[in-house]
Write a protein that binds this ligand. Structure first.
Ligand code: NAG
Ligand code: NAG
Ligand code: NAG
Length: 261
């Protein structure tokens, strides 16, 4: 009986180990907390794998699809209200990102928050939008395509993680992410914004693009929530597949030799 249990247990470990995904071999592994190495490795990963790595859950960086989001959601009553939802969201341009700064990823990753900074010359967001609203007598109920172009996009992610244990391995899970975004300019095009009259659509487009900074300031909290959801899904997918310790070189403590904890 004991033997049977032992064999079952061994099988479980073997299956577990074979399921655990590994980073590609051509990607340099770093020691815990080695910030310059993380910057090098991440930039190398982005350059070599713009189409992503399905085995480890890394989506295509040149065309990243992320969850539906709601930018505005006011109650449908009164003379002025508006709801604005986006679906079929795709971000293009992460393949051109340069990681400039990485902090954290210590042996115990919960000890210090993780900070990631990156810069993209251009981030293009394609989506289908559903907009409904009322502005006095003017009623809107539109579905159309939108394209949003964030120029000189600078991103800082501050991430808090917890550790989960599976098959004797440690896995990261994000429980809080705060994004900070700076852009040099925002260019937006809404297709079909006012379907009764193309001229109105063009006028609204011109007005939006002229006053982009005010719109950005107003919409930033909602857009940040959308970015945060997108990045959390992206990173958690990778963290769920690749064990934390498998992302790094084994921690060697000279005093006691190889430490495996
Ligand atoms: C990313 O860089 C490539 C090569 O320079 C370019 O063709 C592509 O348009 C860039 N992507 C974006 C979204 O700007
Ligand atoms: C908006 O339009 C769709 C179809 O075009 C319709 O089904 C829906 O009831 C409309 N909603 C409102 C609030 O008018
Ligand atoms: C939208 O407006 C901007 C700014 O006026 C302009 O550069 C752009 O060409 C317009 N887009 C379309 C498709 O009309």
């Amino acid at each position: 009986m004991n033997k049977l249990l032992a064999i079952t247990w061994l099988c479980c470990i073997c299956i577990g180990a074979s399921l655990a995904a590994e980073l590609p071999e051509d990607i340099e592994k770093c020691r815990f907390g080695d910030s310059p190495c993380f910057v090098r490795t991440l930039n190398d990963l982005i350059k070599r794998y713009p189409k992503g790595i399905p085995e480890i859950g890394l989506p295509p960086l040149d065309k990243y699809s992320f969850p539906d989001t709601s930018v505005l959601d006011s109650p449908h009553r009164g003379p002025i209200w508006m709801t604005f939802h986006m679906r079929d969201n795709v971000h293009k341009g992460f393949n051109n990102a340069t990681v400039t700064h990485v902090e954290g990823f210590l042996q115990d990753p919960t000890k210090q928050q993780i900070i990631l900074k990156a810069r993209l010359p251009r981030l293009v967001h394609d989506a289908t939008y559903d907009m409904q609203g009322r502005f006095m007598l003017f009623v809107m109920n539109t579905t159309g395509k939108l394209q949003s172009d964030f120029q000189n996009f600078r991103l800082t992610l501050t991430i808090k993680v917890i550790l989960e244990y599976r098959n004797n391995k440690r896995y990261l899970k994000i429980y809080d992410m705060v994004p900070v975004i700076d852009i040099a300019r925002w260019i937006v095009w809404f297709d079909n914004l006012y379907k009764e009259n193309e001229d109105v659509t063009i006028a609204l487009n011109n007005s939006f693009n002229k006053h982009w900074l005010e719109f950005w300031n107003d919409l930033e909290p909602a857009l940040l929530r959308s970015f945060s959801a997108g990045f959390t899904v992206l990173l958690n997918t990778v963290f769920e597949k690749v064990a934390y310790d498998d992302m790094f070189l084994p921690d060697i403590d000279i005093r006691i030799g190889y430490r495996d904890d």
